[in-house]
Design a protein around this ligand. Structure first.
Ligand SMILES: C[S@@+](CC[C@H](N)C(=O)[O-])C[C@H]1O[C@@H](n2cnc3c(N)ncnc32)[C@H](O)[C@@H]1O
Length: 456
């Protein structure tokens, strides 16, 4: 594979330093839907990138929907490049990691100075600025210092950088401590770091060595994951559009944890495999590399359509089905992956907004759903076939407790994960049992849990 020269980097909005450059960028936004945005800019006299970040925060407060789902619709009609979009997402996520400490500090400053209390949008602006790097904050200094009242200005000046990443909510930390004892603090720390951008490779078309060589020649710093033969990571954001085209065709962003789960299904080319909760199709695509015959189901029509598009593969059967109900023919699959809906506590590094969205009641709801899905998986798997149960949660209730319930109540028996392990995936000694719990500080992946069963 020959490499092609890297395209010239487009400057982000924030990097356009002079007033003139920014004014001309703002002026050039002649497009449908820009009218409302221009009015907002005028009213707030803020750079569009900050307005967009504030709009994302306001929508999140109002809906408590995952930030990933909010960002795209909000940015849809605004002219931002990928780097600006990533910037907005990173600011908002960083704020989620530090929110309650920062809010407390902000209230203290506001009370100390007195006067008219600032409105929510002003406070959000100050919170955003407080989480930015000094360099980024300096870019916005002249635009924001006339707008912010004295109390918020002094908050922004004192808060940034000195703030420590705060901890998990007490109910979640308590669970972590009950499960992992002395390790809990280290695990919590790992969950509060940013995730590293990880990638999967279409091994039917390319290999890791070749891909990494092209990237290194293009001066892009990447490292292989030792726990997975076809995964690599980068210390910086790597939008696919900036990668050499021969690489972009054969790689896709995917957390190492998800890649390991797909590998631990151990699918063979002759297998009929069901990806029961296919979601956006990340693991479906990874499973397809084995050449197995795949059916992918999900209760969400929107997600299953996205999964189909994402896979780009014609030979997978995508179906929108509620898999807690009897669907499809009994005993028709050799292997079933139940990548169960869960609290997602293992993905806190990539979804820090979960810190404010989750509560302990949600755990109970998920556990009920997980058991129903396993019950149907038992019906659908062939005798001696395998059921692989996975969550991206570290909570025992959703993991070991659900497994114990399945072993007691269903016609399933435990299988050592080594029986399913493809060559080079995780160290063998970690897969001697039928369950595996991985935490972010183990392999720079999300936290996840996997269990393997076979039907008696
Ligand atoms: C953890 S996500 C799956 C992620 C996906 N496997 C991937 O790799 O991107 C869980 C999925 O379960 C789906 N789900 C929830 N209830 C379901 C049900 N009753 N039947 C089928 N899928 C369901 C959700 O829509 C969600 O997409």
């Amino acid at each position: 594979m020959a490499s092609r020269p890297r395209p010239k980097k487009k400057r982000t909005y924030a990097q356009m330093q002079t007033r003139q450059q920014r004014a001309s960028a703002e002026k050039s936004e002649h497009r449908p839907g820009a009218g409302r945005e221009r009015k907002l800019q005028k009213r707030e006299a803020l750079p569009p990138i900050l307005i967009a970040a504030l709009d994302v925060l306001a929508r999140f407060r109002a809906t408590q929907e995952p930030i990933q789902n909010i960002i795209n619709p909000i940015l849809k009609n605004r002219r931002f490049g990928n780097r600006d979009r990533n910037e907005i997402r990173d600011w908002v996520f960083q704020l989620q990691r530090q929110q309650s400490t920062l809010e407390k500090l902000l209230e203290q400053q506001v009370n100390a100075v007195g006067g008219v209390p600032p409105d929510r949008r002003m406070k959000d602006l100050a919170l955003l600025l407080a989480t930015m790097s000094a360099e980024m904050k300096a870019t916005f200094e002249t635009k924001t210092e006339d707008l912010l009242p004295e109390s918020l200005l002094s908050f922004v000046q004192t808060a940034r950088d000195e703030i420590q990443l705060e901890g998990l909510p007490p109910w979640l930390f308590e669970k972590l401590q009950n499960q992992f004892g002395d390790q809990a603090k280290d695990i919590e720390k790992a969950f509060l770091q940013k995730a590293v951008p990880a990638f999967a490779i279409d091994t039917q078309q390319a290999d890791r060595q070749g891909i990494m060589k092209i990237l290194e020649e293009a001066a892009i710093e990447v490292r292989p994951f030792s726990a997975c033969p076809d995964a690599f990571w980068s210390a910086q954001h790597l939008p696919l559009s900036r990668l050499p085209v021969e690489v972009a065709q054969h790689v896709w962003p995917m957390d190492l944890g998800s890649q390991l789960i797909a590998h631990l299904v151990g699918a063979l080319p002759s297998d009929q495999v069901l990806d029961m909760c296919a979601g956006g199709g990340g693991k479906t695509k990874a499973l397809a590399r084995t050449g197995c015959k795949l059916v992918a189901t999900d209760v969400s029509n929107k997600r299953i359509i996205a999964a189909q598009k994402r896979s780009g593969l014609q030979h997978i059967s995508f179906r929108c089905l509620d898999m807690t109900k009897p669907q499809l023919a009994e005993g028709m699959f050799d292997r079933i992956l139940v990548d169960a809906p869960c609290t997602g506590t293992g993905t806190l590094r990539r979804h820090p907004d979960l810190l404010s969205r989750l509560n302990s009641e949600k755990v109970t709801e998920y556990v009920a759903l997980q058991k129903q899905l396993l019950q149907q998986a038992e019906r659908l798997v062939a005798p001696n076939g395998y059921v692989i149960y996975a969550t991206c949660s570290f909570l025992k209730e959703e993991n070991q407790d659900v497994v114990s319930w399945a072993l007691e109540n269903l016609n399933l028996s435990p299988v050592p994960l080594n029986e399913l392990r493809p060559e080079g995936v995780l160290p063998e000694h970690q897969l001697e049992q039928h369950t595996l719990n991985i935490l972010p500080h183990d392999f720079l992946s999300d936290g996840f849990f996997v269990a393997a069963f076979s039907k008696q």
